[in-house]
Ligand binder design. Structure first.
Ligand code: CO
Length: 213
């Protein structure tokens, strides 16, 4: 039987280290969670949500999938969003993409990976929508980086169209949507300036972000 003892040992040491700083840490957390932020990011192992914004367990509600996509019929992502907004009352929703995203790269090259090609069809839609801009980009590397950014901007737009956020804004709930991108090469996040705080800001935010990349 394969038991992964090295991971269990690492977990034990990690929990001990946390308790050294705060003996009540896990007791307090086990009673409730009160994160103020929902993170929608890529599944990529190099983009671990809590670590790159230096937050502890309990401080970030997280949904991750290949290429950080927000799809109107994806009940998984929509349910996470609904729970975060309606129940946890998060103040901020961040869509975080990253440069060098394998999913985005595969979509751009038209590579065949298997079942996930169907999921990445949503990135193909972003390519089709921004075909002129991508074709006008001079190098393949810049085109790749640009598609990673365009994909975040489009997912922010998708989020703003969900019934979850529209209903929250209709009832006056304060919740903002942000589009960020992470650099694998330097560990830094960049705000793509597509923040939306109300339904009627979404189109303008999208235009501003597109003008800025
Ligand atoms: Co990725």
């Amino acid at each position: 039987m394969r038991t992964l003892p090295h991971l269990l040992e690492k977990n034990r040491v990690w929990a001990e280290r946390i308790l050294e700083k705060d003996p009540d840490f896990f007791t307090k957390l086990s009673c409730q969670q009160a994160p103020t932020c929902l993170w929608i990011g890529c599944s990529d192992s190099r983009v671990p949500a809590n670590q790159i914004v230096d937050l502890l367990p309990g401080e970030l509600f997280v949904h991750r999938n290949i290429a950080n996509l927000v799809i109107h019929t994806d009940l998984n992502c929509l349910s996470v969003l609904q729970f975060a907004v309606d129940i946890l009352k998060v103040r901020d929703v961040i869509v975080c993409g990253h440069y060098g995203c394998s999913g985005i790269g595969a979509a751009l090259r038209g590579a065949r990976l298997g079942l996930s090609d169907n999921w990445l069809g949503h990135v193909q839609d972003v390519i089709v929508k921004h075909r002129d801009r991508l074709d006008a980009t001079t190098t393949a590397d810049l085109r790749y980086r640009q598609l990673c950014e365009l994909n975040v901007i489009e997912q922010v737009a998708n989020l703003c169209k969900t019934t979850v956020l529209r209903d929250a804004w209709d009832r006056g709930q304060q919740v903002s949507v942000h589009g960020w991108i992470y650099g694998l090469e330097n560990g830094l996040l960049k705000d793509l300036q597509t923040t939306v705080c109300a339904a009627d800001e979404a189109d303008e935010a999208g235009r501003t972000a597109l003008a800025g990349i």
